[in-house]
Each structure stands twice: as C-alpha cells, then as structure tokens.
Design a protein. Structure first.
Length: 545
C-alpha cells in the first residue's frame, strides 16, 4: 500500500464524512464542535490568505500557541499553501522565540493561546507578519476573522513525500534548540504505522493537551488523527483539566511521568495509602474502589494509557496497575518522529522497560551501550547544521540517540541513562544518575529529583517534595526520606552511595528555566543554578536548602 500524505487523508474525511465531528474546543465553559467540513472550510480560507501573501514556495511559517482547534487548522493550511510549519513551544521564553524565528527565517507567525502573551509577542521582531488565533488580546497584523474572509482555496495539492513538511525544534535541554527537519515521508510513515501498532481507529477519542510543538503529540495525536479519522478534544486550561478529561472520556491517553505522579498524589490526598491498600485487598471492594478512582480521573474508558518523554518510576507504574490503569511506556525522539519503541500490548513482567522496536524500526546497542536506531521515520537533517547532522548519524545510517540501554532476549529495551548525563565524582568513579533517581521516586512524597555531584566524593540527591508532602510534619517527612535513602543506598555500589538528600525550597519549572517544555530536567542548568549549594557544607543525611 502506497503511503498517503496527511492532506490526502484530510481530503478523504472532508469528502466522505463532512458532518462528523473531528475537533471539540472548550471555550468559556461551553464546547464548540468542528466537523470535517468546518475544519476544511477554515483551513482552506487560511491557506488562501497565506497564498495571497505571495511568499516563496516552501517558506517556514511559525506557530506559537497552546493546543487548540486552530493549531490543527493552521497546520493543514500551511500544508495546503505549500509551506513548512515551524512549531514553537507555548511556554518558550523571549530568547528561544527570537532564536527559532531568526534561525528558521520565518516571515510569518501564527500566535494563539499563551500564558504570557504580551511578553512573548514582544519577542517577535519587526517585519515578521503576526496572524492571530481567535482568542482575546493577541496583538497581530491580522486577526483570525480577517483570515477567514478570504474565499476558500479549492485545489487539492498532493505534496511530494520527499519534500519538507516541518522543522521541529528540540526542547533545548542543553544549549540552543536544534531544528529537526522532517519530510512528509518520515512523519507520515510513523503516524500511519502507529494506527496498526497501537490499534487506533475512527472510534477512538483522545485529549490533546501535551505540547503540539513536541514531536510525540504532533505525530501520534495530530497527524495520526488524520489517518484514523478519530475525534480530538482539547482542554480549555490547566484549571479545567479534570473537567475536560471527564468530558472527553478518552479511549487513548498519553501523558508524561510528572503528570502521572500528580494524578497519583491527587488520589492519595483524598485516600491515604494505608486505607487504599486495605480496600484493594478486599476482592469485591477492590474492583469498586478501582473503578471509582479511574472514573474520577476520567480514565475508565481508556483502553490504552501511555507514558513517555522521560523515565517513569517503576513503583508509580505498579501503583497505577493496582487500580486497573496499565501504563505502557514508549520511547522516541524528535529525530525519529517519536517512533522508536512501544510496550503495547501491556505486559506486567516488562514494567520498567520502554518496550520493543516498532515494526520497520531497527534498534541496536553500540559497544559503548548507546541505543542506535534506523528506520523510515528518521529525520532528514538538522536545519542549517550539517556538522551536527554528521555527528549524530553513523556511517551505516543509524541515529545515535545518546541514550544508554540494554535489550533482553524478548527484544524489550531498558534505558539506563543518558551518555552525557553520566558524571564522575572526585574519586574518579562514574555515576549514572537516572537509575538512582528512579529508585528514589519510589517515595511518593518526592515529586522531582536530581542526583548530582561531579566535584564531590559521593553523589547527593536534590529532591522537591509533592504538594501533599509539604502539608505533613517535618519530622514525619524526614523519617520517610531517610528510610528511602537507606533503602536505595543498600542497592548501590559503594562509589554510588548517596551522601544525603537535600530538600529544595522551590519546585523546578519551565518558568524558572530548570525544566524543558516537555518537563525534562535541564540538568546542566540546574547544577549551575545550585552550584554553591551542591558544593557547600550540607548537614545531616536529610539536609534542607
């Protein structure tokens, strides 16, 4: 079967199911439904407005917005007009916005829902045309209603599969973000194959809330929806998240470790672990309690739950399994269309693994333990950076992922850390922080953790407590942390034993520059920020900032 582009699939649904609801957008408490006909009409009008600007074919068009129906519509419009989309994270600071727009030389940017609209728009240099989504207080050269005044573009172009579809900038955990160039073939191969691998079809519902500027949401949600014809719901805001999940009743639910942990903490805030454990041991009651929790989370109809972007603690996966939420881990990178491995179907005996390679993807472990991957989903190049492109590819066409791992006899892969994150203590001993951090996360009071200490004799752990843990007595928390420290240290080789845990005053966020937009730890920035603390005098096994 020949590979079809997202536009060809869009034409299919536009013609065969024009009145079926495709997108559901909550606005001020009410929900606006977009049928395939509605989406097509708006996308074609926006495409006509772009074509009227007479930009060179294949111009880079930026999108700066939270997830919303207009994001999808604009992406289709950019494709229809023969241009290249350049998503920017809605949480991006002024420096990142300026860098991406300058590096990609974007003549036009679409601006939508943002938390700090005035400051972020101010980062857009003069001369770049600003087009606004239909949300309040977005300063722009043209508002959405003006774009929709254009007569719809009626042609049905079919892009060449080897032409560039998008430039996806990495979240920039170290240095400036890199522009990952994907042609239609790499993105579409991953998106269309995901339907078979994950069993997705037109009857599925999914909530789009993870950043569309991130490759996973883009490929496995947005683009995949064009192949499956499935319905997509959006959230109105983080404050309405619970309401919107329950309204959607998703059959597929993708999240990241930090959010899974917060869901867990929310449950335990209403039902202490001891009481929950007791109820789950009673056969009939167990099923009722588990269903009640899943229903409150909005996940009772979810046939597939998944986690990615960063390692998730095994105890967290086990905790959710007890209430009937089987979280399948997956792994991928911006550079391979987020299409590397999957743990579907779920296997309890493989918890902690990122699963097996998707069909058509070849994965191997190099001599230094690096996971390397090859497949039609791999990127074309890093935009305008041939040296970096050469550095990340092997001579025989494998992508160097930077992740270190192992493969078992069943083909299941376990990540043991990032090669660049492994550090050496002052004793000259190497430490891989990620496995130790995962063990510490077994304590549900710990929401964030960073193991560090390249200039110390022994490593230490910096921990951020959960909101619920902050409400507990200091003595109770310190006893819990000390018990966890002792348990974890008992499993480590002598050179990796943690000297202490340091309880931090503030959480690490995207806003304070210590997390990437996909909630990964910016380890280098964090170590630099807390350098005096890390290398200062710390008192006791449980210290405080």
């Amino acid at each position: 079967m020949s590979l079809k582009s997202p536009l060809e699939m869009f034409y299919h649904w536009e013609e065969t199911t024009p009145d079926s609801i495709y997108l559901k957008q909550p606005i001020n408490g009410s929900v606006r439904d977009f049928t395939w006909r509605d989406v097509g009409d708006q996308a074609r009008r926006v495409a006509a407005s772009l074509l009227a600007m007479e930009l060179p074919s294949g111009s880079n068009i930026a999108i700066l917005s939270k997830n919303c129906a207009e994001w999808f519509i604009t992406d289709l419009a950019i494709m229809l007009a023969g241009h290249v989309s350049v998503p920017i994270y809605s949480t991006a600071g002024e420096k990142t916005i300026r860098y991406v727009l300058d590096h990609a030389k974007c003549p036009v940017i679409f601006v939508g829902k943002l938390d700090d609209t005035e400051r972020q728009v101010a980062a857009i240099e003069e001369g770049i045309i600003k087009l606004a989504f239909p949300y309040p207080n977005i300063p722009a050269d043209k508002q959405w209603d003006e774009l929709l005044q254009s007569a719809p573009y009626i042609d049905k172009p079919i892009p060449a599969l080897d032409s560039v579809m998008t430039i996806v900038y990495t979240s920039g955990s170290t240095g400036n973000p890199k522009g990952v160039v994907h042609n239609y073939e790499s993105i579409c191969w991953a998106a269309s194959n995901s339907l078979v691998e994950l069993g997705v079809d037109q009857n599925d519902r999914i909530l789009s809330y993870l950043p569309l500027a991130h490759i996973t949401e883009r490929v496995l949600v947005e683009i995949a929806s064009l192949y499956a014809g499935m319905r997509i719901d959006f959230i109105e805001s983080l404050d309405t998240f619970s309401r919107d999940v329950n309204a959607t009743q998703p059959t597929l639910f993708l999240s990241v470790p930090r959010l899974w942990t917060r869901f867990q903490m929310g449950v335990l805030a209403n039902m202490p672990q001891k009481k929950l454990d007791l109820l789950l041991r009673i056969p009939i009651v167990s099923g009722l309690v588990s269903k009640k929790i899943r229903t409150k989370l909005g996940l009772n109809k979810a046939r597939l739950c998944a986690s990615g972007s960063a390692p998730i603690a095994v105890p967290t996966l086990e905790w959710f399994r007890k209430i009937g939420v089987n979280i399948a881990e997956g792994w991928g990178m911006t550079e391979n269309s987020a299409y590397g491995t999957s743990s579907v179907p779920f296997r309890a005996d493989k918890i902690g693994s990122i699963g097996r390679a998707y069909s058509g993807v070849d994965i191997r472990i190099a001599e230094d333990g690096e996971i390397q991957v090859k497949g039609p989903c791999n990127m074309k190049e890093y935009y305008l950076e041939p040296e970096k492109t050469a550095e990340v590819m092997t001579e025989d066409g494998y992508l160097k992922t930077g992740d270190k791992g192992s493969i078992d006899s069943d083909g299941y892969i376990t990540i043991t850390g990032r090669l660049k994150e492994i550090f050496k203590t002052s004793k000259g001993k190497y430490i891989a922080p990620v496995p130790i951090e995962s063990k510490l996360m077994a304590n549900s009071s710990i929401e964030q953790v960073c193991v560090t200490g390249s200039q110390l004799k022994q490593p230490i752990g910096l921990v951020v407590l959960s909101v619920e843990a902050l409400k507990l007595a200091t003595e109770e928390i310190e006893e819990s942390l000390l018990a966890t420290l002792n348990e974890v240290n008992a499993t480590l080789e002598s050179h990796a034993v943690l000297d202490c845990l340091v309880v931090m005053k503030d959480e690490w966020t995207v806003d304070n520059g210590l997390l990437t937009p996909t909630l990964k730890l910016k380890r280098h920035d964090l170590e630099e920020y807390y350098d005096s603390l890390i290398n200062g005098e710390l008192q006791g096994k449980i210290a405080r900032q």
